[in-house]
Design a protein around this ligand. Structure first.
Ligand code: GDP
Length: 304
């Protein structure tokens, strides 16, 4: 239900326009395809991904001779699911990923304001609900508010919290959070980082240092490096993804605030462009309004 509501604006945007584009037409012609291209671009699917989708539909028209406008929706839906499937090969079934790693270490990266703290809090809540012992590590040591906010979330969720306060070395906080998790039988540690987008080289150095210190304490960790992006920021989100993927080995995405945008198509574009699976989506401010990303459910909800 949250997902349907969260995607409402995007749905109205895409399909309102699409139904106007095909009004009075029986087959999908060049005009409809041009219109579809504009619609997808305007919902932030991204140029490259849009072109890919259009080309696939053209290929089907070439194969089947023509496409009835009534079939366009279901064809579009199939193509988007297929596109998402290329990167999201295995959608999570539950919030906690299947893993034999204990403690499982998640390093969370992303710029300020995208909903990083909220997403960490919501995740901790779900992990706790699934019976996991959780610790949050306050690795964003540049903002006092970041440390405080994370502490508040830990209290709200009822999970452990590791902090050395602000202006401390984030790599040391990360290392000690892992140590804390190992010493206290935690199933999972979620480590926050500062969202400063300075130069690419600085970002790279900072994240590398944090990753190395985690790995020194626990080989092969962090097991996940999750980039949080704000779906309402469109091209900015793409720019951020470019910078972070160049700076570090981003393994998964969390896309927040899908409820606040008519351009939820950005989920499709980003996953395709960066070849990174989307793990979680934020569909509201509430503690329960984080969902495991499921490509089929996402697309179904869009086309409902
Ligand atoms: P941070 O600076 O990246 O840590 O961002 P915060 O976690 O403090 O979030 C910034 C704002 O975005 C807060 O007001 C959150 O309540 C809001 N927010 C986070 N996720 C979502 C979401 O999925 N939907 C909506 N509508 N708001 C969200």
């Amino acid at each position: 239900k949250d997902l349907d509501k969260g995607l409402e604006k995007t749905k109205t945007n895409i399909f309102g326009k699409l139904s106007r584009a095909v009004a009075g037409k029986s087959t999908v012609d060049v005009e409809v395809l041009d219109e579809l291209e504009q619609i997808l671009i305007s919902s932030d699917v991204g140029l490259e991904t849009t072109i890919k989708i259009i080309e696939r539909i053209e290929a089907r028209i070439a194969r089947d001779k023509y496409i009835n406008t009534k079939e366009l929706n279901s064809i579009l839906r199939d193509e988007i699911v297929q596109l998402l499937a290329e990167n999201n090969t295995q959608d999570l079934e539950d919030f906690f990923p299947p893993t034999d790693k204990k403690p499982y270490i998640i390093l969370v990266v992303g710029v300020n304001g995208v909903g990083k703290t909220t997403t960490i809090g919501k995740l901790a809540y779900q992990f706790k609900k699934a019976g996991k012992k959780v610790v949050l590590g306050a690795g964003d040591t540049f903002r006092a508010a970041a440390v405080d906010q994370l502490g508040i979330w830990a209290e709200r969720v009822g999970c452990d919290f590791y902090s050395k306060g602000m202006n401390t070395d984030p790599a040391a906080v990360a290392y000690e959070t892992v140590q804390y998790a190992m010493n206290n039988d935690c199933d999972v540690a979620i480590i926050d980082t500062a969202g400063r987008l300075h130069t690419k080289l600085n970002l790279m150095k900072e994240l590398t240092k944090i990753k190395n210190s985690i790995d020194k304490k626990l080989p092969e960790a962090p097991h996940d490096v999750m980039l949080v992006l704000d779906a309402t920021t469109g091209q900015n989100a793409i720019e951020q993804a470019t910078k972070f993927t160049e700076a570090t080995d981003v393994k998964s995405l969390a896309l927040t605030k899908l409820d606040g945008t008519a351009k939820g198509g950005v989920a499709i574009g980003i996953s395709d462009q960066f070849k990174i699976p989307i793990k979680y989506i934020g569909v509201g401010e509430g503690i329960e309004q984080l969902q495991v990303f499921n490509k089929r459910a996402f697309v179904d909800s869009l086309f409902k």
